[in-house]
Structure formats: C-alpha cells, structure tokens
Design a protein. Structure first.
Length: 120
C-alpha cells in the first residue's frame, strides 16, 4: 500500500479537501503556539532559556513542514510559502547556524503576520 492509498488499496488524491483542512488547522495551531509562547516570556528570558529556544525551533520547523506538505495547494493568502519551506530546511539541516535572536524575531513578527493572513 502506498502513502496515498486508503485501506481498500484505491489511490486517493495526495491532498484531498479533508487533508487540506487538516493541514490548514495544523498550521493555524502551530502559529497560535508560537504566538502564545512569545507572549508568555520576554526576549531576554527566551534567549537565556535553551529549552525555550529548542521548543521554538521545533514549532517553526513544524510550520515549515506543513508548508512543504501543502506544496502548490497552499491557501490563497499573502504568505511567502517558499520562505516557510526554506525555514524548515534551515532548522532541520543547518541547525547549528540558527541564531536565537533570529528565531525570536521571526516568531514575534513573521508568524503573527502569517497567522493574520491565514484568518480562521
């Protein structure tokens, strides 16, 4: 059975309407998590907390993963989807060059803009 097969073995569209809805909900949820995490702390506390930094890296990586899974079936929103995909690649593969200050900046400015563009 392939990744795009259902239990009967019939092939389905890789991104059915239901799957798109699920990915959109995941994206909204991950954005909301990032926004909540930044509101719960200060930049200074964030930068001094390795666990918070790693958690933020993971949240941003998940957002990038959803953008990757959406492929060309992205919601019609003012979002730089390629940038989000690139973010995931950087976090997953070039993690040692990610500056915590950049994470904070993206989490506090980029993600709220993306969340607003996506709506509900």
């Amino acid at each position: 059975m392939t990744a795009c097969s259902n239990t009967s073995g019939r092939k389905e569209s890789p991104l059915s309407a239901r799957r798109l809805d699920d990915l959109h909900a995941d994206l909204l949820g991950f954005c909301d998590e990032v926004i909540a995490a930044t509101k719960a702390t200060t930049k200074e506390r964030f930068l001094d907390d390795l666990s918070a930094i790693r958690a933020m890296e993971r949240r941003l990586e998940l957002i990038g993963e959803v953008a990757t899974r959406l492929g060309d079936d992205v919601p019609d929103a003012d979002v730089d989807w390629q940038d989000l995909r690139g973010l995931r690649i950087m976090l997953a593969h070039v993690y040692n060059r990610i500056l915590p200050e950049r994470l904070w900046s993206y989490a506090t400015s980029g993600i709220p803009r993306i969340r607003a563009a996506l709506g509900d």
